[in-house]
Design a protein around this ligand. Sequence first.
Ligand code: A2P
Length: 288
Amino acid sequence: MRLNKIKDKNAVVELTNGVQLPVIGFGTACMRSEGCKNAVGEAVKSGYRLIDTAAQYKNEEPVGKAAAESDIPRSKLFINSKLWNEDHGYENTMRAFEETLRWTGLEYLDSYLIHWPNPKPLRNMGFEEHNAASWKAMEELYRAGKIKAIGVSNFLPHHLNALIRHAEIKPMINQICLYPGNIQKETVAYCREHHIVLQAYSPLGAGKLLAHPVILGLSKKYGCTPAQICIRWHLQSGFIPLPKSADPARIRTNMDVFDMVLSDEDMGLLSSLDVNIKLLPNPDEADF
Ligand code: A2P
């Protein structure tokens, strides 16, 4: 999937089940309460249709309120949430999903992802079994029409392989940490081979990339902001970026990336960018 020909913020990609996913979304990690509601409201006004939340972010309620108070019909929004670590297993997943519906005030989710493949408290059981049990619940919820698409987040190829061994329905999305210089080659190749769409969280390297000299140079060359350079790199790489901002002007400009195209040479430069940012631990070793 190459998105450099996409010229329009309403563009979508099709998941394996035919569900249409907007090519850019709004991230909400670390946003809470009114601030979150206002930011999501601004994002929807600016044209974002995909909104990403999670039980772990503790902001499903303001995300749901912002969606309900927007002028956009529910069917035109794509709302994603995630199952947190303490809720793995069949029964727990069913309960956690109902709680997510209650917090968001929604009747269905557009997508629901297992947030983390190998939570520390369950690590001695092995990740394969509890992910398989959670996945069985998610497959049932999907078949019942309560979730339009199911997927995972932070899964590496060995986690995906194990999940697919037990799955009747393959994951449709893997949301991972991607940004220029952090291209997770093996996971990206695995997902492409299995037609799993890649969503990119921290697409701006949590904002830390925006002062990088190469990105600053490209922003001058293309006459745009450093954030737009990063977002455009995601689109042209075939990733669905989920940039976050609490600032209305930035929310708008981060979406205004459809009248520029980065050259192949500059795409290569960004992919191999030398960056020294460590945002996340290895999912098999994290302390949570
Ligand atoms: P702010 O909320 O003040 O705009 P990521 O999406 O990679 O996690 O990055 C999020 C961080 O990047 C936030 O700190 C956000 O700060 C900052 N950010 C988002 N968009 C822009 C932008 N256009 N210019 C500068 N900083 C930005």
